[in-house]
Write a protein that binds this ligand. Structure first.
Ligand code: RIB
Ligand code: CA
Length: 332
């Protein structure tokens, strides 16, 4: 029996619906990061956003941290702290995706700054302090913060309920034919996170590669319907998605909100299928740099890779949840 949507995937089938479980999102907003944050905020019965940690990535850290703050204000969650993490990769040169997400990281849409600034304390120290057995860490940017967390305090890995990563590609890349942006931007960090022996076997990282996130694309009609649904959140989300340039899926007529799917796993894991695999990250300077190699036949798997997505259910649910945020706001 599939656990009820709000129960964690590993809850016994007859478990009473537990209180909302805590998540921390390590992110680089980023338009799909913004949609992911909005989705988490739209499911208060299932998840509580304990904190956001910002990383360099789509745009520079100063912008990703400010954007995280802005999206939380839009979501009606100004109380959630945002900690700034690492401003650059471990050793790789800085690499961004401003050509995809716009120079301001949010498709050129100017959101109000809103309340609250950037919290005291480095994002890595927040990840160490906030690691708890009932908390899931959702990493949807380059993995520098997570890697430095594991280097600074390796036992943190065993303290998270689960790590869910948006990154990689089994048969796909979007920066090179073989490498996905979050991994390519800091391959050494990704290798540190995905090959450490500190993750408990029963709660190894869940990995959302492009092979999964490209299964559910938002069509122009979907985005237009969202814009017309009447509320500030939906209009703003649609405007950001309009500024989201996604050449890797343009030929298929849609846009992938990669990061929102990683958050969705913490709320409705039944929408996804996973297969265990051993994952290696290529860190040499050749054409395959940043590639994730998955061995699904390994008897010593290191990740549960998402291979299947109930795309229609995810896409319909996403719109319904974004509209619920407007229903909850006074300005509609
Ligand atoms: O390759 C897609 C990923 O890179 C997403 O997380 C997007 O926000 C960027 O960070
Ligand atoms: Ca991201």
């Amino acid at each position: 029996m599939t656990p009820p949507p709000s129960a964690p995937a590993d809850a016994p089938a007859d478990a009473a619906v537990p209180k909302a479980s805590d998540i921390i999102i390590d992110c680089d907003p980023g338009i799909d990061d913004a949609i992911a944050i909005l989705l988490a905020a739209a499911c208060p019965e299932q998840v509580r956003i304990a904190a956001l940690t910002a990383t360099h990535g789509n745009v520079g850290l100063d912008l990703t941290a400010r954007n995280a703050r802005k999206v939380l204000t839009l979501a009606g969650r100004p109380e959630v702290p945002v900690h700034a993490g690492c401003p650059r990769p471990l050793t790789a040169p800085v690499h961004d995706a401003a050509h995809i997400h716009g120079g301001n990281g949010l498709g050129g849409i100017d959101l109000p700054d809103g309340e609250g600034g950037i919290a005291e304390g480095h994002g890595v120290d927040a990840l160490i302090a906030e690691a708890r057995h009932d908390r899931t860490l959702v990493a949807v940017g380059p993995l520098t913060n997570v890697a430095v967390t594991l280097i600074k305090q390796p036992q943190t890995a065993a303290r998270w309920r689960r790590l869910v990563i948006m990154g990689g590609g089994v048969e796909k890349g979007n920066v090179t034919p073989q490498a996905e942006f979050n991994i390519f931007t800091d391959p050494e960090a990704a290798r540190t996170v995905l090959t450490t022996t500190e993750w408990p076997a029963e709660s190894r990282p869940v990995l959302f590669p492009l092979d999964a996130t490209h299964q559910a694309l938002l069509s122009p009609e979907w985005i237009s319907d969202l814009a017309g649904s009447g509320g500030t959140v939906c209009r703003t989300a649609a405007a950001m998605l309009g500024g989201y340039d996604t050449p890797s899926t343009a030929a298929r007529g849609g846009k992938a909100v990669h990061d929102a799917m990683a958050v969705a796993w913490t709320i409705r894991p039944e929408l996804f299928e996973t297969r265990s695999a051993r994952v290696e990250v290529i860190t040499d300077s050749g054409a395959a740099r940043g590639r994730t190699v998955a061995d699904f036949a390994s008897t010593e798997p290191t990740a549960d890779i998402v291979t299947g997505v109930d795309a229609p259910a995810f896409i319909d649910w996403l719109k319904e949840r974004l509209m619920s945020l407007d229903a909850a706001r006074s300005d509609g």
